[in-house]
Design a protein around this ligand. Structure first.
Ligand SMILES: Nc1nc2c(ncn2[C@@H]2O[C@H](COP(=O)(O)OP(=O)(O)OP(=O)(O)O)[C@@H](O)[C@H]2O)c(=O)[nH]1
Length: 390
């Protein structure tokens, strides 16, 4: 099948769609053909030999059956790319044989010396030729294979006869053939450009959908990254403040208390000074991991800044918050940090923890201020301890 000029990536899709539409149209044409050739045979029943009518009907039925099966298969979207050309070739051959059989009608069911019947047959074939255009135009070899044997032999036979009326009919046959071929070519061109636009649109819609999916994933990743501290992968301060807002709204609605812990590593400058900045980074990463392991999955762990972390947790009361603060304090100071980048012995780091339960309608700043003061007090009292805000 020859294709029109178009974008190469769509060539295969276009070829498939043209073949599919050709199959669809041919299937419709093959269905209506049964009515057509039965009607012609019925019209000829009194003037043509019964054996000839039967032979002609048999041939028509044979080719139309082949056309029906092959066009049905070709019209299905799931036909494979290797099978499609074979189906196209097969369908083109049987369409050609069908055209030839139609064209033989006036010879097999000949009615010499009966001009009205001759004229009827000629008109009948001319109608078949014109009506077949939309079906066969999608595939040029099929169009030529059907129309030429349908009209040309009869046209020539009329022209070679020595009756003026038959000359006129012969000329008519050739004009109908030429017009049908011309209209078929134009029609194919229009159909192919419509199909090309459809295939392009389909391709574009699929590309857009794919790109949208990629963009959505990229956006999710960016949003996730924007909420994370790049060093520790804990939530960053901005994300923490946003989520605190949501937690507060929930508390106002449901009345479930929210607790806030601020955790500051003690004398962290010494860690950097003694073990180097990279080791300091490792301690910060390990601190975030330990906090996350100590907290429940629903609690929030964030890097508040430098060597300071924050935890937001839903608790029943002050006792539960106190218990959580002690767990956190013990998790950090209780076990030295064994670091991948440090060749030296494990590093022991203690932490000071400030804790407060949010009071009803307390603002974020007010709560953070209270916890910060508790933390400051913990530092002032000698570090490595938990202080609850009053
Ligand atoms: N390695 C590393 N160090 C950091 C990072 N952010 C902050 N620091 C260090 O943390 C240290 C904080 O020092 P200070 O604010 O004096 O506090 P501290 O030494 O922990 O003393 P106290 O908090 O009073 O117990 C500084 O030396 C900072 O350089 C970081 O991302 N990586």
């Amino acid at each position: 099948m020859r294709l029109e000029a178009h974008d190469p990536p769509n060539a295969v899709a276009l070829q498939r769609e043209i073949a599919r539409q050709f199959g669809q149209r041919e299937f419709g044409a093959a269905m209506t053909s049964w009515l057509g050739f039965c009607l012609l045979a019925y019209t000829m029943r009194d003037v043509a030999p019964a054996r000839h009518i039967a032979l002609w009907l048999g041939l028509c039925a044979l080719w139309e059956s082949c056309n029906l099966v092959q066009s049905r298969l070709l019209s299905q979207a799931r036909v494979s790319d290797t099978r499609r050309p074979r189906l196209l070739r097969g369908l083109t051959v049987t369409i050609g044989l069908d055209g030839l059989t139609w064209g033989l009608a006036p010879f097999l069911m000949a009615v010499p010396g009966n001009p009205p019947y001759l004229m009827l047959q000629t008109l009948y074939l001319a109608c078949v030729c014109a009506l077949s255009i939309q079906g066969v135009c999608m595939h040029r070899p099929a169009m030529l294979g059907f129309m030429v044997p349908l009209m040309l032999p009869l046209g020539i036979a009329h022209l070679l006869a020595d009756e003026p009326l038959r000359h006129i009919m012969g000329l008519g046959c050739l004009i109908i053939l030429a017009l049908s071929l011309f209209y078929g070519i134009i029609s194919r061109r229009l159909n192919v450009s419509a199909i090309t636009a459809m295939v392009d649109n389909r391709e574009m819609a699929a590309t857009l959908q794919r790109r949208n999916g990629e963009l959505r994933t990229a956006l999710d990743t960016i949003q996730e990254l924007a909420q994370r501290d790049p060093l520790t992968n804990a939530l960053n301060r901005r994300a923490l403040l946003e989520r605190l807002q949501a937690e507060f709204a929930r508390q106002d609605r449901l009345g479930t208390p929210v607790g806030l812990l601020l955790i500051d590593l003690d004398h962290f400058k010494r860690v950097n000074d003694q073990h180097g900045h990279l080791a300091g980074d490792d301690v910060l990463r390990a601190t975030a991991r330990r906090l996350e392991e100590t907290m429940r999955a629903s609690d929030l762990v964030a890097r508040f800044g430098g060597e300071e972390f924050a935890c937001v947790l839903a608790v029943r009361d002050a006792d539960e918050l106190r218990e959580a603060a002690r767990r956190v304090h013990a998790a950090l100071g209780g076990t030295p940090f064994v670091l991948p980048s440090a060749a030296q012995a494990p590093i022991t780091v203690t932490a000071s923890v400030g804790a407060a339960l949010r009071q009803r309608n307390e603002s974020i700043n007010a709560l953070i201020g209270r916890v910060d003061r508790a933390l400051y007090q913990a530092k002032a009292q000698g570090r490595d301890q938990v202080v609850e805000a009053p």
